[in-house]
Design a binder for this molecule. Structure first.
Ligand code: NAP
Length: 338
C-alpha cells in the first residue's frame, strides 16, 4: 500500500527526506504528492538536482509549471506560509512531514490536520504535548493509529537514546554531561549578521567554533523519564557542512572497563540495533560518516573509563541523512499501524 506524503519546508531535512525516499527504495510505500516551500520552483528544482553535501540527485529532475518531475513522478510545489491555506484535503494527504522548523507547537500542527492532512510528523522534538516522541529502534512500537501529531525527536536524541538505554540496562546511569559537536546549520550566517534571539548566532559559521543552546537534556528527560534531571547538555557548532559527534561523560552505577563497554555496544550494533547503531575501531574523521544512515556510530577507539565508573564515549552521526532516514522509518511504521 502506498501513502500520500507532503513535505512542508524543503530545506536541508526536507530535501534529505525526498532523496532518501528515492535512494532508499521507499517509492513503493510513499508517494510524495506535494512540497511546500517559500522559495520558487526553479530554485527547488536546482537544489534537488545538485547538493554540495549529498551529490547529484540520482534521477533526472525537470519542472512542468508548478510541478517538479522526478523521472515519471509529478510533485506539486506550493508556496504557502499559512498552513490553514494548504490544500491537503484536496490532495488526500496521509502524512505531512513537517520539516520547516518554523513552528513547534501542537496548535500550528493541528492547522495542517484541519487543512485535511490525516497526520503530521515533526522533524524536531516540538512541544511536549505531541501525541508521541519517537526514537526509531527505541520506542517506535508505542506508535498508534489514533496518534495525529508525532515527533521524530532530534538528530542528537536519535544518536544518544539507544546508547544511554543500553548503558543504563547494563550498568545503571547515575548522571552525565554531553557535548554535541555539530556541523554548521542554516540558522547561522556565513559572515557576521543579525539574529533575533541569540547573539552567538550572529557570528560567522565559517570562522569559529560557536556554542549554541540545546534542548537535548529535555529530550533525554522526555524519552528516559527515570533519568530526568540527571543530564546536562552543551552544543557547539563547528565549520563543517555535515556530520556531527556526540561526546558523552557518564557516571555509571558500577565499575566497568573500556573492553566491557565496547563489547556491549559492538554486540548491540551487530544484534538488535543493527542498521541503527554502528560500532567502529577504525581511525576515522567526521567526513567518513557523510551519508551514513545509522543514527549513531560508536567510535570504540575513543572510549575511556576513569576511576572505574566515569565513562567517556564518542559517537558519530550524519545529522541530515541519518535523521531523514529515521523520519521515514517512523513514518513507515506509524502508517502501517492498525
Ligand atoms: N539540519 C539538521 O541537521 C537537522 C537534523 C534534525 C532535525 N533538524 C530540524 O529540522 C528542522 C529544519 O531544519 P533544516 O536544517 O532543514 O532547516 P532549513 O535548511 O533552514 O530548512 C527549512 C526550510 O523551511 C522553509 N520554511 C520556513 N517557514 C516555512 C513555512 N511556514 N512553510 C513552508 N516552508 C517554510 C525555509 O524557507 P526559508 O529559508 O525561505 O525560510 C527553509 O527552506 C528544524 O526544526 C531543525 O531543528 C535539522
Amino acid at each position: 500500500m502506498s501513502f500520500r506524503i507532503a513535505i512542508n519546508g524543503y530545506g536541508r531535512i526536507g530535501q534529505s527526506v525526498l532523496r532518501a525516499i528515492y535512494e532508499g527504495g521507499w517509492q513503493s510505500q510513499f508517494k510524495v504528492v506535494a512540497l511546500n516551500e517559500l522559495s520558487d520552483i526553479a530554485t527547488v528544482a536546482y537544489l534537488t538536482r545538485y547538493d554540495t553535501t549529498h551529490g547529484r540527485f540520482p534521477l533526472p529532475i525537470t519542472q512542468d509549471g508548478d510541478h517538479l518531475l522526478i523521472a515519471n513522478d509529478r510533485i506539486q510545489v506550493l508556496n504557502e506560509s499559512d498552513p490553514a491555506r494548504l490544500p491537503w484535503g484536496e490532495l488526500e494527504i496521509d502524512l505531512v512531514l513537517e520539516c520547516s522548523g518554523a513552528f513547534s507547537n501542537r496548535a500550528m500542527a493541528m492547522q495542517h490536520i484541519q487543512s485535511g492532512a490525516k497526520r503530521l510528523l515533526f522533524s524536531q522534538p516540538a512541544e511536549a504535548d505531541v501525541d508521541a516522541t519517537i526514537v526509531y529502534g527505541y520506542n517506535h512500537e508505542q506508535l498508534k493509529p489514533a496518534h495525529k501529531i508525532v515527533s521524530a525527536a532530534s538528530c542528537t536524541t536519535n544518536c544518544i537514546i539507544p546508547v544511554l538505554d543500553l548503558l543504563d540496562r547494563a550498568f545503571g546511569i547515575e548522571n552525565g554531561v554531553t557535548t554535541t559537536i555539530h556541523s554548521a546549520m542554516n540558522d547561522q550566517p556565513v559572515i557576521d549578521s543579525y539574529h533575533r534571539t541569540d547573539l552567538r548566532l550572529t557570528r560567522s559559521a565559517l570562522q569559529s567554533i560557536i556554542p549554541v543552546d540545546t534542548g537535548l537534556d529535555r529530550g533525554i528527560d522526555r524519552l528516559l523519564p527515570h533519568l530526568a534531571g540527571r543530564f546536562q547538555c552543551l552544543h557547539v557548532r563547528v565549520p563543517t557542512i555535515n556530520v556531527s559527534l556526540m561526546d558523552m561523560s557518564i557516571n555509571l552505577g558500577r565499575d566497568t572497563s573500556v573492553a566491557e563497554v565496547n563489547e556491549l555496544l559492538r554486540n548491540a550494533s551487530e544484534g538488535a540495533l543493527q542498521g541503527l547503531l554502528g560500532y567502529t575501531e577504525e581511525p576515522h574523521a567526521s567526513v567518513d560518516f557523510n551519508r551514513d544512515a545509522r543514527s549513531g556510530v560508536v567510535d570504540g577507539t575513543q572510549t575511556r573509563v576513569s576511576g572505574g565508573r566515569l565513562l567517556k564515549l564518542m559517537c558519530w552521526f550524519d545529522n541530515e541523512w541519518a535523521y531523514a532516514n529515521r523520519m521515514l522509518d517512523v513514518a513507515g511504521y506509524w502508517l502501517q499501524t492498525r
